[in-house]
Each structure stands twice: as C-alpha cells, then as structure tokens.
Design a protein around this ligand. Structure first.
Ligand code: HEC
Ligand code: HEC
Length: 492
C-alpha cells in the first residue's frame, strides 16, 4: 500500500520536475539506486548543509590507496607486527597501533619499551616497576592514515612542504631527502629512533637517528659488522626476512644489502598502513542518498555539527571540515594538560606546548592538529594526551572547552601512573592564554544528538574482528618468523 502510494506520489511530482533536487524538498533520487525515498524536513535541512559544505561522503575522492592483499602491504604487515624493529626486541608498531584497538592502544599515554609484559596490550599494560609513562602523547589511529594531505603527528612535525616532506631530521622546514615517498613513510622512520617508543637505551647507544635505522636494517638482514651478538637475530630469522623482501619487492636475486634497507622497510610499513582504509560508514551512505542510513537523532546531531553558531549550530565543521572531518590546521581547544609533558627544559614542568615545539611561534602554544573524526567511537581515549576516557566527555569539552578544562577530573583516567601533579599550574598557564574556540551554552539533548551523529562515522569493519583479521598476521606458528618475534597480542 504505502510503497505504491510513494511511487504514485513521485510519478505526480516527476511531472512537475522532482528530478531537480532543489525543486522539491520531500523526495530525493539517490545517485546510485532507483529507489525513491520519502524525506523529511530534517533531511531537507541537512541536504542543504551537505551541499554548502561540499560533502560527497567519500574522503577518498578518487585517491587510490594500497590493497592489503598486495605483496608489499603483506610484507609491511609482517614488519608492523615485528618486535625485531625495536632495540630490545620487545616492541612492535602494532604494540601501540593494533587494529583490534581501533588502530591505537586504548591507553591515554602509550607504553613502548620496558613494559612489565611486552605482549600485553590495553589499559592493563604497565611499565616495569610501575613507572610513569615516558611517552607524552596518545597514539593516534593508523586507520585512514593515507588520507592525511599535509601533516603527521599531533604537532605536525612531519609535513608536506614545497619540494618534498620535512621531518625533525632537517632544520627550518626544509625537505628531507630521506623522507620517502609519502607522509606515512616519512613518519614510519621515527618511532624506531625514539628511546621510549621502540629504541630503548642500549641499541646503537651513541648513534644518530639515521644510524639507528641503518643498524635495524642490518640486523634484519644479518649483514654489516655493527650488530653485537646480543642484538643480532638468528640466521634462520634473517633468511626469513630476506625471502620475504625478495618476494614482496619481486627481486629474487637482489643482495640483502640493497634489499633490506631502512627505505624499503619503511616503504613496506607505509604500504600496510595506507591499506587501512575504513571509510564505509553510515554517514557516507546518507550523504550519497540513502535517507534511511542514519537515525533521526543522528540527523539532529549532524545539523548541530555543521550549522553555524548563531543559526542554532555549534560549527564543529569549521575545524572538523570536509569528508575527512579535519582541516589539518592547529588549534588550541584547551585540552587538559595531563602527562609527563614534552621536550621541556625543566622536567618538573610537564607541559606539552604542541605546535609551538615545531614553530616556536607564541600563538602556536597548546595548539594541536585537528583530528579526523572517522571511526572516532573506537579511537579512545581522546585528545592528544588521552585526557578523556569517554566520548561524551570529550564532546562536552568541545562544546564548552574553558569550563570543561576548569572542571576536569583526572579520576576518569583508567591508566595507572599518569602524571597529574602539575595539572593545576599547567591549566592556569593554558587558560591564561588565547584559545581558538569559545564556549557555548548547550543542552543535554544536544550532547546526545552529537554523539548519535559521531556514531555514524564508524565503519562497521573496525568493530568486527573477522573483518579486521585481514590486517592482522596469522598466529599460526608455521606462518610466523622462526624467532617468534611477531607480536601476538594479549588484551587481558
Ligand atoms: C610506544 C608506542 C608507539 C609505537 C611502538 C609506535 N607508535 Fe606510532 N605513534 C605513537 C604516538 C604516541 C604517536 C603520536 C606522537 C606525536 O604526535 O607526537 C604516534 C604517531 C604515529 C602516526 C601518526 C598518525 C597521525 O595521524 O599523524 C603513525 C602513522 C604511526 N605512529 C605509525 C607507527 C609506526 C609505523 C610504528 C612502527 C615503526 C609506530 N607508529 C610505533 C605511539 C607509538
Ligand atoms: C576550533 C576548532 C575546533 C572546533 C570548532 C571543534 N573542534 Fe573538535 N577538536 C579540535 C582539535 C584541535 C582537537 C584536538 C585537540 C587536542 O588533542 O588537544 C579536537 C578534538 C576533538 C575530539 C577528540 C578526537 C580524538 O580523536 O581525540 C572530538 C570527538 C571532537 N573534537 C569533536 C568536536 C565536536 C563535536 C565539535 C563541535 C561541538 C568540535 N569538535 C569542535 C578542533 C576543533
């Protein structure tokens, strides 16, 4: 009954030009199907906002990213999960960026080397001796990392610049000739050189970042004279890697020295990371014409998210812009300053000045890169330092940052030993400066609407272990490296 009524109604409207989407607010013909859907006032409002913001629902927009099934991405996966890339053979990239943990580690602040149990992930991961974390920031998700166009890291210290990619290895934002083919590769060259993340203190102790990378390549390939017996891998293990590199790079006769290099290691890592494309969320379907793809509260939330201030919205999209939900700019949104702080001359200070550490421009103090919000339901804790452990708390923060920062309660942290002793003085310093976002009065309903909207940005694959299993190497011993350095994580 009902459907024939809709068809009839539309047939009538078609005669009056309902093909033209702007001519009628109640019926819309999706680009990709023939079903006609009745749409509400709310849909019409949202359709107008979607057009005004130039959204397509698809952040890829024609960009081709690697397939996880490709040989190079497969090699990258092995490397990403291998503890052989850390000084003490105890940490893999996946330790802090595990697909089953939203491409992160579920910790406020990451724990790399010297964990009490190196293979244990999640918020029970502790440092030996119960020490405070040395890493001052939250691990961002590697999901969709291939979509960043300008900056890597919370402070953008790896960046696309005229003539190439700049990194912390070069001065004055010059292009780094060793950066590699893309931002993700350029980034992958740094965790292995960080003492707290992967390097430790005994591997290549007097070396530079570059010598550390080269030594790791030599260790993996079993060549050169620089690797101590303690640091070395077994012959079976280096043979395994040579074979894997020869296959992936399709160079069956290449010598190990030319094949297992830091550039080829990081190119493969980047291929794997860039294959983690998770953009099939309900919001995309909605933008592309399926009006039933998201709930009414989510639609209300979307209106609040995209609408300007003064017009009844919160203008979240002024920063979380476009289909990737970020403008890749740096903003001070007054995230509560917990954690050990970064690069302070006075270790007692425990402040993280964010973008200022890169530019030394005073207005950049406390600014951090606008995160993408795709899959945000699975990427907690939230904020550059994981200050918030629930999504609704960080949404409340974004609605009224000054008040939320004043009221911040470190009791919500689920991880042991996060430094908060300097929270009050550091908060005073931060709140005494400029901010890039003014607080607004908001209702409890609006928080719930915004939450419902954010939930539509999650690709169902990232919540399903069976779907994610393509990005996780098999734990079957027969398919692993001979020394058992593959991280087979435990989450309890
Ligand atoms: C000890 C935990 C840890 C390990 C191990 C680790 N990372 Fe990270 N990763 C982090 C943290 C923390 C950040 C953010 C640092 C910052 O912004 O200053 C980060 C940032 C990143 C980013 C930037 C994402 C973005 O949105 O800008 C990528 C990509 C990444 N890591 C990949 C890797 C790769 C590849 C490896 C292995 C070579 C690795 N990570 C090892 C914790 C870790
Ligand atoms: C002025 C720019 C700006 C506006 C406006 C803005 N945000 Fe943000 N948002 C940011 C920045 C920058 C961060 C990261 C801050 C940090 O980590 O220190 C962030 C972080 C977040 C996070 C945490 C994401 C994560 O992965 O940690 C969420 C969720 C979020 N914003 C939602 C919203 C919502 C909802 C609104 C509107 C009510 C909004 N934001 C308005 C810039 C903005």
């Amino acid at each position: 009954m009902q459907s024939s009524f809709i068809i009839l109604l539309c047939a009538l409207l078609l005669l009056q030009g309902c093909e033209d989407e702007t001519a009628n607010n109640n019926i819309y013909r999706p680009d990709n199907g023939n079903a006609l859907v009745l749409r509400s006032e709310l849909d019409a409002t949202l359709r107008e906002l979607i057009q005004r913001h130039g959204l397509t629902g698809d952040p890829l927009q024609g960009q081709v990213l690697p397939d996880i099934a490709s040989p190079l991405a497969q090699l990258g996966m092995k490397l990403f999960f291998s503890k052989a890339l850390s000084g003490n053979k105890d940490v893999a990239c996946a330790t802090c960026h595990h697909p089953l943990l939203g491409g992160g580690d579920n910790l406020s602040l990451s724990i790399g080397v010297d964990a009490a149990d190196p293979d244990r992930l999640g918020h029970k991961r502790l440092l030996q001796g119960n020490l405070i974390p040395g890493v001052s920031r939250n691990a961002p998700t590697t999901f969709n990392s291939g979509l960043w166009k300008q900056f890597m890291f919370h402070d953008g210290r790896v960046a696309q610049v005229a003539g190439g990619i700049t990194t912390p290895d070069v001065a004055d934002a010059q292009p780094d000739p060793q950066a590699g083919a893309n931002l993700v590769q350029a980034q992958a060259r740094f965790p292995v050189t960080s003492n707290h993340e992967m390097r430790g203190v005994t591997f290549d102790p007097a070396g530079t970042p570059q010598s550390c990378r080269d030594r790791l390549a030599e260790r993996l390939g079993g060549y050169g004279n620089n690797i101590t017996p303690d640091d070395a891998l077994s012959v079976a293990e280096t043979d395994y890697w040579l074979d894997a590199f020869r296959q992936a790079y399709q160079q069956p006769h290449d010598q190990v020295e030319t094949l297992i290099t830091e550039q080829n290691i990081t190119a493969a890592l980047a291929e794997y990371e860039r294959s983690q494309v998770f953009v099939n969320h309900a919001w995309k379907q909605y933008v592309q014409g399926n009006f039933a793809a998201i709930s009414e509260p989510a639609k209300q939330g979307a209106v609040l998210f995209f609408r300007e201030r003064g017009a009844g919205g919160y203008a979240c999209a002024s920063c979380h812009r476009g289909d990737f939900f970020t403008d890749e700019q740096f903003r001070n949104v007054l995230m509560p300053p917990i954690g050990p702080g970064k690069d302070n001359r006075d270790p007692q200070n425990q402040q993280d000045y964010g973008r200022w550490l890169v530019t030394q421009q005073v207005e950049d103090k406390f600014r951090f890169r606008t995160p993408s919000l795709l899959n945000v339901t699975v990427t907690g804790p939230w904020g550059h330092n994981g200050a918030y452990t629930s999504l609704d708390a960080v949404v409340r923060h974004m609605l009224n940052p000054f008040q939320a920062a004043l009221d911040y309660d470190p009791q919500q942290l689920q991880q042991a030993n996060i430094p908060t002793a300097q929270l009050q003085p550091n908060l005073r310093e931060m709140l005494g400066g400029n901010t890039d976002i003014a607080g607004q009065v908001y209702s409890e309903d609006d928080v719930q609407y915004l939450m419902a909207f954010l939930q539509t940005l999650t690709d169902p694959c990232v919540t399903r272990p069976d779907c994610l299993s393509r990005w996780i190497p098999s734990s079957d011993p027969a398919q692993q490296d001979p020394m058992g350095l593959q991280l087979n994580a435990r989450f309890y």
